[in-house]
Design a protein around this ligand. Sequence first.
Ligand code: NAP
Length: 317
Amino acid sequence: MGSSCMHAFAVIGIVCTAAISLAILLFVWRLVKVYVLARPLKLHADLKEMGSWAVVTALKVSCHVTKATDGIGKQYALHLAELGLNIVLVGRSPEKLKATEDEVRARGNVQVKTVVVDCSGGREIYADVERELSELEIGVLVNNVGMAYPGLYSDFLAISRDYHADMINVNNLSYVMMTHIVLPQMISRKRGTIVNISSDSARVPYPFLATYSATKAFVDFLTRSLETELQGTGVIIQGVLPGFVATKMSLEDVSFYCPSASVYVRSALTTIGVQSRTSGYLVHALQVLLMKIVPDFVVFKFIKLEMEKRMSHPKLT
Ligand SMILES: NC(=O)c1ccc[n+]([C@@H]2O[C@H](COP(=O)([O-])OP(=O)(O)OC[C@H]3O[C@@H](n4cnc5c(N)ncnc54)[C@H](OP(=O)(O)O)[C@@H]3O)[C@@H](O)[C@H]2O)c1
């Protein structure tokens, strides 16, 4: 009885060790495939084949701490123009759009069109956007527009109801509406790519970032649901969940774990067609691995402590 019990424990131990080793090996293989092999072996999607135009929502050149830093959207626009795609820049500020337009055009010798829209509006604002896009063959849509709390972290009640509502319109309604506008033509052409920018804060609940974190979880679920729904249509939909990227929104400087928007987007672009839900950047993927290994209650406690620390030393622009 005693020895058969020992034998059973030994078998369970071997099976568990084998399962954990296999899971780690698979994870490492996926990282190597996505972040090391995808670019040289051209495993990623050929975005130029998707259609002649790419639409990117929001594209800031932001004044970040001491220097000007590009937002993630502008870098998508520049990199897609480099690939030879004509670009539609969607943003709320005509001046910022104008400033970016020439740079994007010069980068790829491509056509650039701008659409001025404030995404904090409701569904009525999208009739104009649809009209502006109606004649274009849209191969790529990057839903990037995003709004966080002022100063990044805040008590829920310190943010006005209007601000919470605007955040939901900007971070969620715009993603649904823009996808609804471009998807029919992509499906009828049997090709196209939609990239939805979510956030690492969609993976676990973030105190002091509650509405933002919830809106990013919405984007994550929307993308994952549509990914399954669109299988077989030829349309790729990808959810991108970045950790910190050095932009005005994050209020972080470039560091080992916080790349510039340019470095981040260059990496994220090679994951399209390889990973449907991605961190977009190797160091961020390793942070996710760490979060998976550590029990949830430890992760939640760590995040809460970290947020409280950041709340007491807010970096304001
Ligand atoms: N940076 C990070 O660490 C990080 C991490 C995870 C996820 N993300 C996500 O990445 C995306 C890009 O953010 P970012 O870091 O590049 O920050 P960013 O530079 O602040 O970009 C946000 C963009 O959204 C635009 N926007 C905000 N409200 C708008 C509105 N009502 N109508 C139209 N446009 C509006 C901003 O336009 P204006 O220029 O006019 O303000 C800006 O171009 C966001 O979805 C964000 O949630 C960022």
